[in-house]
Design a protein around this ligand. Sequence first.
Ligand code: OXC
Length: 314
Amino acid sequence: MQTKVSLQSELAGIHFDNLMMNAAGVRCSSVVDLNKIMVSSAGGAITKSATIEPREGNESPRMQGLPLGSINSMGLPNHGFDYYLDYVMKQQEAGNNNIIMSIAGTSIDENIEMLHRLQASDFDGLVELNLSCPNVKGKPQVGYDFDAVDQVLTEAFSFYNKRLGIKLPPYFDLTQFDQIAAVLNKFPLAYVNSINSIGNGLVIDPETEAVIIKPKGGFGGIGGEYVKPTALANVRAFRLRLNPEIGIIGTGGIKSGMDVFEHVLCGADLVQIGTAFGPEGPAIFERISRELEEIMDQKGYKSLDEFRGKLKTL
Ligand code: OXC
């Protein structure tokens, strides 16, 4: 039987034919990789987080797959701001608004500089300010310093008047959600993306009695199944606290249609797939779409809106 469910969604007034895309960082550093996502069943794509200048990132090995996920300490290797702005501009000129430009300056000044350049550009689509990379040596994750988040957003919105989202680290205490949501609600944010990897985990190979990635003595961001409950909690906690105008992208631990279903139940408008997208590649979007359509069909849902944010409590 032909399923008639829709996986369409909307974020900040932009229509997406499918709610799924890659998570920034995974298979999205080059034009070749980005194009592969754009022609897949994904609803759009997000670029690797850019710094102003191209970066080599951290030393290898800097990423390893694990039984239930991954650990990485990439350190923001990327082709630089101009490369990604050029790509998103070309997409926009071709009539495609489903491309998000991610930026992750290693200082507040660098982020503000990139936002000035975006403001001055003709790019009118979504920009994501990544305040949560755990892997830049000597640089704390801005998302854990609520005053710094307030400062960068105050400065940003003093001149930036296009659609801006923010990528956050996972939070763990309910008071943290209260405090960060109070800051975020002061600004006309397009969306919040939760979560980045759980920073500074440590994975050991007992055989060799050594860590398995080189940078930072083996400490790195954890992704995949390990982080799903934390990701769901962050999406849910934010949906309960953020102004309704602020959308949510749910990221963390998605590798099946059921995982997407759960993220949407918690309130996600779109979802992003990182760890599982790595080995499986762009075909993952078609597989997970099929799985989600089947789940929705069985439950009698025709659209995501029918169950988005409707998680029940006991
Ligand atoms: N999160 C990021 O924001 N960036 C990458 N890794 C990660 O877990 C990176 O480049 O290190």
